[in-house]
Structures are given as structure tokens and as C-alpha cells.
Ligand binder design. Structure first.
Ligand code: SAH
Length: 246
């Protein structure tokens, strides 16, 4: 588990990430390969990902998704929601690696949800992976989903402020959000202190990692929800993006 607030020993953490990455580069989990192949195959007729090369897709989608394991937040059975999951990243690789997770995949694009639903049914995964079609701004107010998850995860959904507003409403008090962010995450988290306070969360950690074949640093940002959110969040559809909290 990443230590709360710690001036984490970056060296140790990066070392772990590197070890993990090297190992996982050689993972030959048939389920992970089958899922990626299905995405790439479907991508010929439906736009699911711009990454078409299988090795690049393995790194960018599978290895990147599995970085979330480093947080330790998936080591125990947990209810997890992936917000803006697209073709199922990072939610599906994490669910395939950790069968004890109850994973919900949320996306506002019907054809992506239909693809995910069909994959999950074909693989007999319906007992532990669910698909939810719609906007986070709306589902975040439903009693079935608001404050119901141990962990909310999200990758490539929007600005720091936007993803905080869209993910934190789903998290239980004391639960966590994990944001897959790019190279600017350290600055984003520093500038986002007030946003986090408005959304009743605090920063646990912001750790960098690298992906094979990519020069840039990526970051996993872990947030902890300290208490219930005011009922007005998330704001109406489109507002978190158009008028980001400051
Ligand atoms: N997480 C995936 C996809 C990122 S693209 C990945 O990293 O590969 C962003 C996805 O979020 C798109 O599939 C889009 O349909 C979805 N999305 C955007 N805004 C959303 C919202 N407000 N609620 C739910 N899904 C949203």
C-alpha cells in the first residue's frame, strides 16, 4: 500500500514499479491477451483505440492498467467503478488479474458499453463485472451508486478538477480514487488542493512510473475521501468540464 501523506521513498517506489513492469511485460495471462486481441479485432470496425500495434497496445493498455496494482488497493475484495472506461481500461485488466473484485464499468458511449457487455457475457464474467451506460454526472446522484464504492478509478477522462468531481461522488467515506494521470500530475495535485478540499478528499500520493517504449513519466494519483460530499456534486452534465472547480 502506498503510505498516506508520506514523503514516499521515491526510489523504492520507482524500483518496485520497474520490477513489476519488467515482470508484467512477460505476463502471459491468456485472459489479458484474449481481451486485448478482442479489442484490437473489434477496433477494425469500431473506433475503440487509436493504438493499433499489438505490442504498443499491450504496453499502453494492459501494462498501464496493471500499474494500479501497485497501490495495494486491489489486494482485498473491493467494489470498484471505472469511470469513462472506454474499451475497458483500466477496469477490465484489473478485474481479470483480481477475480475477487466487483467491477463496474461506466461509460457514456452506448457502442462501447455494448462491446463491453458482449465481451463480459461471452467470457461468463457477468457475476463480477457490470456495465453501466450513462454520464457520471447523473449516475453520481443515484442512490445505487453514490458513495457505494471502495475504489473509483479513471484514466484519460479529463482535467484533474473534472475527474475529481466525476469520481469522488462514487467513493464511500474512507474509500479511495485512483487517477491515471500524465506528466503534469505533480503540478495538478499542487494546484488542486482547494478542489480536493471542496470535494472532501485529500491527496494520499502521486507516484511516477514509466511505460516501455514511452519516454514520458506517467503518474498514479491516489485520493482518499474523508467525508460525504455536499449533494450538489457532481454538478449537471457538462458543467464539471465547462466550469471546472478551482
Ligand atoms: N478510460 C479509457 C477511455 C478514455 S476516453 C482509456 O483510458 O482508454 C474517455 C471515455 O470517457 C470515453 O469513452 C467517453 O465516452 C467517456 N466519458 C466522457 N465523459 C463521460 C462522462 N461524463 N460520464 C461517463 N463517461 C464519460
Amino acid at each position: 500500500m502506498i503510505e498516506a501523506n508520506a514523503q514516499i521513498n521515491n526510489y523504492t517506489y520507482s524500483y518496485n514499479i520497474k520490477t513489476f513492469m519488467t515482470k508484467s511485460t512477460f505476463i502471459h495471462s491468456p485472459e489479458l491477451h484474449h481481451f486485448l486481441n478482442t479489442v484490437l479485432e473489434t477496433n477494425r470496425t469500431m473506433n475503440l483505440t487509436s493504438v493499433r500495434d499489438p505490442q504498443q497496445a499491450w504496453n499502453k493498455h494492459i501494462i498501464d492498467s496493471l500499474q494500479g496494482l501497485q497501490t495495494g488497493l486491489f489486494d482485498n475484495p473491493a467494489r470498484v467503478i471505472d469511470i469513462g472506461t472506454g474499451a475497458g481500461f483500466p477496469g477490465i485488466p484489473l478485474a481479470l488479474e483480481k477475480p475477487e473484485l466487483q467491477m463496474t464499468l461506466l461509460d457514456s458511449t452506448a457502442k462501447k458499453c455494448a462491446f463491453l457487455e458482449s465481451y463480459i457475457q461471452n467470457q461468463n464474467l457477468t457475476n463480477r463485472i457490470k456495465v453501466l451506460l450513462g454520464r457520471a454526472e447523473e449516475w453520481g446522484h443515484s442512490h445505487l451508486h453514490r458513495a457505494q464504492y471502495d475504489v473509483a478509478i479513471t484514466r484519460a477522462l479529463g482535467s484533474f478538477s473534472e475527474v475529481c468531481e466525476l469520481t469522488l461522488p462514487f467513493v464511500k467515506k474512507g474509500g479511495h480514487a485512483i487517477l491515471w494521470r500524465g506528466k503534469d500530475a505533480p503540478a495538478e495535485t499542487q494546484q488542486g488542493v482547494k478542489v480536493l478540499s471542496t470535494l472532501c478528499a485529500r491527496l494520499v500520493s502521486c507516484e511516477s512510473y514509466q511505460l516501455p517504449g514511452h519516454e514520458l513519466d506517467y503518474h498514479l494519483v491516489v485520493l482518499r475521501k474523508a467525508k460525504s460530499l455536499p449533494g450538489r456534486y457532481p454538478r449537471k452534465v457538462g458543467v464539471p468540464k465547462k466550469e471546472p472547480l478551482e
